[in-house]
Structures are given as C-alpha cells and as structure tokens.
Design a protein. Structure first.
Length: 145
C-alpha cells in the first residue's frame, strides 16, 4: 500500500477511536463535558453556554448518534484492502457542517466559548483529513457511476 494511503488509513483509525470515545463521553458525561467547557470559558474570560437540564437531554439523541456515524464513516472507509473515498467524503461533510454551524452560533449567539472550541476542533479535523485524503486520492476507491 502506498505511503499516502497508509497515512490516511492510520488517521481514519485514530478518528474512529476518538469519535467513539466522544460518543461515549456525550452519552455518559454530558453535564461534566459542558461544565469543563464552561470552566475553560471562564478562565479565558469568554461567555459560557447554558448548562444542560433534564429537558435538554433531547439534544443527546442527536449528538451521540452523530459521533457514532462519524466513527462509522472513519472505520468503514479504511477497513478494506483499499480506502473507500465516499465515507471519507461523508466524514468531511459532517465535520465541515459541524464546524461552520458552530462558527455561526459563536458569532450570532453571544460569543460562547464552546462554539468557538468546536469550530476550531472540527475545522482542524476537516483540514487534516482533507490534506491526507487529497494526498491519497489517486489510490482511493470511488463508487461506480
């Protein structure tokens, strides 16, 4: 396997673990996660987000499956003898959407630090993944047209 594909495969495996752990964290420790983000916001002198309350647990039904899906995209893309392009493209779409929505919420929703943090984190994931994807593009398997 060419070096660019090997690097992309390793990155996708790392993302799989990180995103699966993120799903676990969001499901098991949602209140702690928000508290940690808010304490970081306080230390930086930035705005916080409202802490989750029992009625807001609905959002966990969206966040946890999202993290499971991005972990699945990462895993499915790299599991064959050659890397599948389409799941990587779906991963890029999901993370770019998350990043840009977070930026909009940061700018138009009161400059809350957790939105800025997610914009930067998911934006970095998009840029890093796209860089590896582009380097390996010639070696990827694309769906038949």
């Amino acid at each position: 396997m060419p070096a660019a594909s090997q690097r992309l495969r390793l990155l996708l495996r790392i993302w799989t673990v990180i995103f699966a752990l993120g799903a676990f964290d969001f499901f098991v420790f949602p209140y702690l996660t928000v508290r940690i983000l808010n304490s970081t916001a306080k230390s930086l002198g930035m705005h916080e987000v409202a802490a989750l309350e029992a009625g807001q647990d609905f959002w966990l039904t969206l966040a946890v499956p999202y993290m499971i899906l991005v972990a699945a995209f990462s895993w499915v893309a790299q599991r064959g003898t050659r890397i599948q392009a389409q799941p990587v493209q779906f991963l890029l779409l999901a993370k770019a959407s998350s990043s840009l929505i977070s930026l909009a919420l940061f700018l138009f929703g009161g400059f809350a630090y957790p939105f800025l943090a997610n914009f930067l984190l998911d934006g970095a994931i998009v840029l890093i993944t796209f860089w590896f994807y582009r380097a390996a593009r010639a070696e990827l398997v694309f769906p038949a047209q």
